[in-house]
Design a protein around this ligand. Structure first.
Ligand code: SF4
Length: 187
């Protein structure tokens, strides 16, 4: 590098830098994910913020829903287009030999989860309610599936890391420290 830039870029889900894209009652910070951002600053990584797929699709007043509600061909088409546009931009960075080190998703999200996503529990009788009737199972959110497929067509192979959201942190308090540690080792 001819100047001070590190050549390292981390791609993040929108709400990691702006909690206001989250549905009501899901934010654990006033503005952004402070520990994650502090770590990225310490490591000298540039941050590429993905537009919030759900806000682009359904707006800011939407309710929290499980993956089944978003896993629809029409929604996949919208997400696929967004993923393709981001991949095209990231390919420019790649051409300049910058490294796309990691993609940080929002763990547990039906849209941006990486290793876990929320779905309705089975055998619920009567009206389903969030978060009472949600369970977290292995799997990726719908947008991240489209984004990973899109990036796989290029030679960009980041680490995929899920930053646990409010619900997952309350179920498994140790998970956030483990993920920060993993991130520290990768970047
Ligand atoms: S997890 Fe994804 S869809 Fe949900 S608020 Fe964050 S960026 Fe938007």
């Amino acid at each position: 590098m001819l100047d001070k830039r590190s050549g390292k870029i981390v791609v993040v889900s929108h709400c990691i830098l702006n909690v206001h894209s989250l549905e009501e009652n899901l934010a654990v910070y006033p503005g952004l994910e402070e520990e994650v951002v502090n770590l990225l600053i310490k490591k000298g990584a540039g941050i590429y913020q993905i537009p919030c797929p759900e806000v682009e699709l359904a707006g800011i007043f939407r309710k929290p829903l499980p993956k089944e509600s978003y896993d629809h061909p029409k929604i996949r088409k919208v997400y696929n287009k967004l993923a393709g546009s981001i991949t095209k931009t990231l390919s420019w960075y790649k051409k300049k030999d910058y490294k796309i080190v990691a993609v940080l998703g929002a763990e547990g999200s039906p849209t941006c989860g990486i290793d876990f996503m929320g779905r309705w529990k089975e055998n619920i009788k009567g009206k389903k309610e969030f978060p009472r009737d949600i369970e977290f199972v292995s799997g990726m959110g719908v947008f991240m599936e489209e984004f990973k497929t899109s990036l796989n067509k290029t030679k960009i192979h980041p680490d995929w890391i899920g930053i646990p959201g409010k619900s997952l942190r309350s179920l498994k308090p140790e998970i956030f420290a483990e993920i920060l540690n993993k991130l520290d080792n990768i970047i």
